[in-house]
Design a protein around this ligand. Structure first.
Ligand code: 7TS
Length: 409
């Protein structure tokens, strides 16, 4: 039995009142999730009792820090079912992970005449790094369009593949705006059939559903710690070992080298080749605690809870006159409800909701092409749910929307 009241007790911030004096209704977990005490405590405990730099000291404290840091890598490895711990690279966030792929694999493998396939529903983190390199290298970017029911147009994808020269396909597993769960298994299989590698932006999937990188047969998979109950400042890049081995390093410095002379350097083994400098040690340990916490509850149960809330929220939103939702139907829907209210600018709406203690995100959610070119709007309001979100919070959102509508009529 999923006990949301019990889960909420694990998150200290959720029992803290909003500055308005009203209870906090936090509906912006897609931007960043709240943190359970076990994560906060793991990081505090590290700083209080274990802190030293990793991979350097011959002394006990540094060895303890190294052990805790590397244990976090093992936890992440099992969480996404990677085959080897060397395939888990700690980065700063999803953005850092994708930039790493683009600047190493991309720089090494892409040239004029090649094609990289993205989708029109991508977050800027999976568009802009490719555009920067494309401007330099001259390869082409093609986009899988979004259908009127907020899904990817797979027929056009197939056409793009058959036009040839596709070297990489990079897609979001779950859209941060639409909440669409994309058929990444199929997309990866088709990319491979045409000799392209497949990259998945998992920023909105790993926190919310079970992910198995081996079952997906994905080449690279990127995600962030802060959206999955972990701290900010830590992200993950999973990559198949043979691809990571063949890639040059991105940033140079300490830890990523085997040997340095005044003439040049050789590289450390995986995963350290891609982890230059002192890493985010406390953050990795916090992420490890977050993985334990999520596993304790169960990713399937979390997904189920959020999907049900998503259905309930969209049903209730349909009761509000003038609301338009931008989300697909189940089974492609997740715990996200994105909408506009006729006659009220999304930013004004978010402000009014905030007076009532309801935190939602308004704007283009770092998906400007999706808003402007697909949805044909400048901005939307997004309520995003997580393991601690409740039906009562959805009811509060709806009640506040009804009040806002009256005020603007
Ligand atoms: N990809 C997707 C699908 C995302 O949703 C985000 C962040 C990112 C990449 C970038 O993650 P970062 O941790 O590197 O910043 N999405 C959001 C959002 O929807 N609202 O704020 C951040």
């Amino acid at each position: 039995m999923y006990d949301v009241a019990r889960i909420r007790q694990d998150f200290p911030i959720l029992s803290q009142p909003h500055p308005s004096g009203k209870p906090l209704v936090f509906l912006d977990s897609a931007a960043s999730s709240q943190k359970p005490s076990v994560v906060i405590d793991a990081m505090t405990n590290y700083y209080r009792t274990q802190h030293a730099n990793v991979h350097r000291g011959i002394y006990a404290l540094s060895e303890a820090a190294t052990h805790a840091y590397e244990a976090a890598r093992d936890k992440v490895k099992s969480f996404i079912n990677a085959e080897q711990r060397e395939e888990i690279i700690f980065t700063s966030n999803t953005t850092g992970s994708i930039n790493l792929i683009v600047q190493t694999w991309g720089r090494q493998n892409l040239e004029n005449g090649n094609v990289v396939v993205l989708t029109a529903m991508e977050h800027h983190a999976n568009i802009v790094p490719w555009q920067i390199l494309a401007a330099e290298k001259g390869f082409q970017i093609k986009y899988i369009p979004v259908t009127s029911d907020y899904l990817l147009d797979l027929e056009v994808f197939e056409r793009i593949l058959s036009e040839g020269n596709v070297k990489a396909v990079s897609v979001g597993h779950v859209s941060n705006v639409l909440g669409t769960i994309n058929p990444v298994e199929h997309i990866i299989e088709r990319a491979h059939a045409f000799g392209a590698i497949a990259i998945v932006d998992g920023a909105q999937s790993v926190p919310h559903l079970p992910v198995d990188v081996q079952a997906l047969d994905v080449d690279f998979y990127a995600f962030s710690g802060h959206k999955m109950c972990g701290p900010t400042g830590i992200g993950i890049l999973y990559g198949k070992r043979h691809l990571l081995e063949a890639m040059p390093p991105w940033q140079g410095g300490g830890d990523m080298i085997a040997r340095v002379t005044l003439e040049g350097a050789t590289w450390n083994d995986l995963p350290y080749k891609f982890e230059a400098g002192t890493p985010a040690i406390a953050e990795a340990i916090g992420l490890g605690a977050a993985v334990d916490y999520l596993q304790g509850i169960g990713m399937e149960a979390i997904h189920q809870h959020e999907a049900e809330l998503g259905v309930y929220a969209r049903e209730r939103l349909a009761e509000v006159e003038g609301v338009q939702c931008y989300n697909p139907a189940p089974p492609y829907a997740s715990g996200v409800a994105t909408f506009t209210l006729e006659g009220v600018h999304p930013h004004d709406l978010a402000q009014i909701l905030d007076y009532e203690g309801v935190a939602v995100r308004a704007g283009h959610h770092c998906a400007m092409p999706l808003h402007r070119e697909v949805l044909c709007i400048h901005a939307s309001v997004r309520a995003s749910f997580y393991l601690y979100s409740t039906r009562e919070e959805v009811d509060t959102l709806i009640a506040c929307l009804q009040v806002a509508r009256q005020r603007f009529l």
